[in-house]
Design a protein around this ligand. Structure first.
Ligand SMILES: C[S@@+](CC[C@H](N)C(=O)[O-])C[C@H]1O[C@@H](n2cnc3c(N)ncnc32)[C@H](O)[C@@H]1O
Length: 189
């Protein structure tokens, strides 16, 4: 995974649209398999907020950041509430990678609304909806199809942009997976 975080993970995040100097929020980052490549892409002028409710995972991430001398990551332990405590229109990219299945429908809706709020105009929301019906289904998420996840995000004022597939990180290995990119749309009247 170390190689993926420094090489193909970096290429993948560039492909989905991350750029140097951006502010990225990685919600549910765990040990940072996407945080670390995001930090490499955004560079010293960028910043990555790595948010998780599990201290142990964050400790592991901190160690990796130290080893790689990555100083542009702010690691944030949360209580597990579905709140994004950031200023409105302050973030370029929000990542919801392999995390939505932790949340009930009403909390997912709350999270999309907050992502909309914290993203800059034309900001990017990138979602990796693992554990849906078509991809290793799990618990209450198993009944949701990719098209359902796409629709619920579109219902929260996001415009679907593109699906990106590749050999990407899942847990501590690699698998074939697809992320969905959305742009912040206009607020509905
Ligand atoms: C399966 S891991 C995915 C990690 C990472 N995004 C990746 O794709 O490699 C999901 C992570 O989300 C975290 N998580 C789930 N619900 C959360 C919440 N409400 N607030 C913060 N973290 C949450 C879990 O603690 C876990 O570390």
């Amino acid at each position: 995974m170390e190689t993926w975080e420094k090489e193909n993970g970096v290429k993948f995040l560039r492909r989905i649209g991350l750029r140097p100097g951006q502010t990225v929020l990685d919600f549910g980052c765990r040990v940072g398999h996407y945080t670390v490549p995001a930090a490499f892409v955004t560079g010293s002028k960028g910043i990555v907020y790595a948010v998780d409710k599990r201290q142990q995972a964050l400790n592991e991430l901190q160690q990796k950041l130290k080893a790689d001398n990555l100083k542009n990551v702010k690691v944030m332990k949360t209580s597990g509430q579905t709140t994004l405590d950031f200023e409105s229109e302050s973030i370029d990219v929000v990542l919801f990678y392999d995390v939505l299945h932790y949340l009930e429908k009403h909390n997912r809706k709350k999270l999309y609304r907050q992502a909309w709020h914290v993203l800059k105009q034309d900001g990017l929301l990138s979602v990796y909806p693992k554990h849906i019906l078509e991809d290793d289904p799990i618990q209450q998420f198993r009944t949701l199809k990719l098209s359902d996840v796409k629709q619920e995000i579109q219902n929260s004022n996001f415009l679907f942009e593109k699906k990106h597939c590749g050999l990407i990180s899942h847990d501590d290995g690699l698998n074939k997976g697809c992320v969905l990119n959305f742009r912040k749309g206009e607020r509905k009247k």
